[in-house]
Write a protein that binds this ligand. Structure first.
Ligand code: URA
Length: 434
């Protein structure tokens, strides 16, 4: 086979065979196919697309390029969750203990934050002593004993994706549906869960800006994931404004804990209930959506989910006392409130820009090597659709210095769009794709 022939075929709108795709991915991973040819292929795929058979073949070839985690020694159904990325997304912190308290094991590998998006692992490191580094054996033991574990990645999963994603990033070919589907799914398939629930974000703070694109991505992810033999469900949700009431690290953990204690009942809990419902139903522990939702609500109301969370923090070396006393978590000393200049209604909150405010305060990384400040961040008191009075608090920034707080408050103010007419908020959950 010759790469130039495959390039010509895809350039002219042809369909690559499974054998051709596997040959290409193997060659690229080994360094036998150079970046310049693979760049041209990514661009050809970007313009010509791939059908489902090609997308499936690409996913499986990338999956087979590296290690896989064998979860077969974990008893019962194993579930995993993935979000296509967002600002203020602390869902895993609630969903894992809620689902585990209902009897379904969650085995999750997570990443660190980069740019405007945060990472679950960084947030969890707000617990003094917490570690995400564990061997595969320890990971499996903890899932069996506690019901869930969240670890950083140690095994070499999908090296083809690592190489290809870096190439797409610098060749303007990230936003290609078959390339996104194969990239997300190969990593999820490598972890080996039976049930995979995907939170596909839609809006200004997401990859997919329109509902049409988000649903197309959701459909393709579910189709290819099911062909690969897993129970995959996707939920399309709003990312036009940050998720929930906080953006940062420890501050997001505080919100997650308060929500698990039942103190808030906003879109964050709504999202956890929808995602958890899919997991419990697909796992077979609940016969239908209504029963699943009731089980999850009971896990929160009874305190079982919070207890699970404390057991998880302890198992990974963190201080479980901080679960019950969040004041033990870091919080930056300087606070500055952001006030509404005039009365009106919140029309929009630029999610990506709020993520950047937190990043510039030190809560995120501009480049992979940066270290982060776990105590800084942003609290948002007003969300889209809500009325505000002149002089009312829209949010607060938490910073290390007066100057940083001053600058961040100015930037946060600019993230808000306030209008005089009433604003009707679009539904947060746009739909479920099975
Ligand atoms: N997330 C991934 O892992 N890959 C993509 O291509 C897009 C989002």
């Amino acid at each position: 086979m010759r790469m130039t022939d495959l390039l010509q075929k895809k350039r002219d709108g042809g369909v690559l065979t499974g054998e051709e795709i596997r040959w290409m991915i193997e060659g690229y991973t080994k360094g036998e196919i150079p970046d310049y040819q693979m760049s041209a292929m990514c661009m050809a795929i970007y313009f010509r697309g791939m059908d489902r058979d090609e997308t499936y073949a690409l996913t499986m070839a990338m999956l087979d390029s590296g290690d896989k985690i064998d979860l077969s020694s974990i008893s019962g159904v194993k579930a995993d969750k993935h979000s296509t990325g967002g600002v203020g997304d602390k869902t895993s912190l609630l969903l894992c203990p809620m689902v585990a308290a209902c009897g379904v094991k969650m085995a999750k590998l997570s990443g660190r934050g980069l740019g405007h998006t945060g990472g679950t692992i960084d947030k969890l490191e707000s617990f003094p002593g917490f570690s995400v580094e564990m061997s595969e054996e320890a990971f499996i033991r903890q899932v069996n004993e506690v019901g869930f574990a969240i670890a950083g990645q140690t095994a070499e999963l999908c090296p083809a994706d690592k190489k290809l994603y870096a190439l797409r990033d610098v060749t303007a070919t990230v936003a290609s549906l078959p390339l996104i589907v194969s990239s997300i799914l190969c990593k999820k398939l490598a972890v080996g869960a039976d049930v995979i629930v995907l939170d596909v974000k839609c809006g200004s703070g997401a990859f997919m800006h329109t509902e049409e694109d988000a649903f197309a991505l959701a459909r393709a992810l579910v189709d290819v994931g099911r062909w690969a033999g897993r129970k995959v469900v996707a939920v399309v949700t709003d990312m036009d404004e940050p998720l929930g009431a906080t953006v940062g690290n420890a501050i997001e953990v505080r919100e997650a804990l308060a929500t698990l204690r039942g103190e808030y009942r906003g879109e964050l809990m709504e999202l956890c209930l929808v995602l958890g419902t899919q997991i419990l139903r697909e796992s077979g522990v609940a016969p239908d959506d209504e029963t699943a939702k009731k089980m999850l609500e009971h896990a929160v109301e009874s305190g079982a989910a919070l207890e699970k969370f404390a057991a998880f923090v302890k198992a990974q070396g963190g201080d479980p006392a901080a679960v019950y006393d969040p004041d033990k978590l870091p919080l930056a000393p300087v606070r500055k409130d952001v006030l509404a200049e005039a009365a009106g209604y919140v029309k929009g909150i630029q999610a990506e820009d709020v993520g950047l405010v937190s990043m510039r305060l030190g809560g995120g990384r501009a480049s992979k090597e940066d270290t982060i400040d776990l105590g800084v961040g942003v609290a948002l008191y007003k969300k889209v659709g809500q009325p505000v009075a002149a002089g009312e608090k829209l949010g607060t920034v938490f910073a290390e210095t007066e100057a940083a707080a001053e600058e961040a408050a100015k930037q946060l103010r600019a993230c808000y769009e306030i209008v005089s007419e009433k604003v009707v908020r679009a539904p947060f959950v746009k739909g479920v794709v099975k």
